[in-house]
Write a protein that binds this ligand. Sequence first.
Ligand code: GLN
Length: 247
Amino acid sequence: MKEIKILYLYPDILELYGDFGNIQVLRYRLEKRGIKATIVPYSIGDATPNFNDYDIVFAGGGADQEQSILAKDLLQYRENIKEAIDNGVFFLLICGAYQLFGKYYKGVEENIIPGLEIFNYYTEAINDRKKRCIGNIVINVNLDGNETKVIGFENHGGQTFDIKTPFGDVLLGNGNKFGDNKEGFFQKNVIATYLHGPLLSKNPELADYIIKYCLDRKYNENTVLEPLNDEFENKCREQLLNEFLNN
Ligand code: GLN
């Protein structure tokens, strides 16, 4: 039986806005296809993980305080994480986690939380708790040549700068900062985005894009995924896109 191993970072700390749902969607879409989904949680105090041992590394969103709690612990793995990214391990990073893979995150109280500096972007929150990017968001994304609308929900004070390869073009919402027309960060095996939702529950095509990438890489083949019955997901998407983009 084929297997996809997922390292789930700080599930007890980066658990804002139901991002755990992304793990549930990946597990569902793998197991429905007879592929074993092995989910390994890691948090502060657990045994040191080797990021190369996994196919996917996932980390969700968190408030400023939670980010500062885990930053020191995360930084110790910088070299191993960089090596895993260079080796093609897929990283799915949501909001607070997205921010911590850049140079730094300056919180709403102007406290600097050092980032992994894996990528050159940086994030600074406006020092006014009321000024946050909050609301439904739709972005246009190109996944291996296929354009698709990705639906989510954003809630971040952080404004992210210096993104050279964004995840998508904003059709509704803010994106990387107030009024930005770009959202997130994207490179072959890294999707870092502000989209909560949970992201993958509203975007089955994106979930399958990640699954296919991982199977192709691990089993050295051009995987043709067995289609799943996404009738319910697609009806929800149709209704949401109509409401968000046509009203
Ligand atoms: N604390 C960060 C911010 O406010 C990240 C928030 C989040 O993960 N939703 O920008």
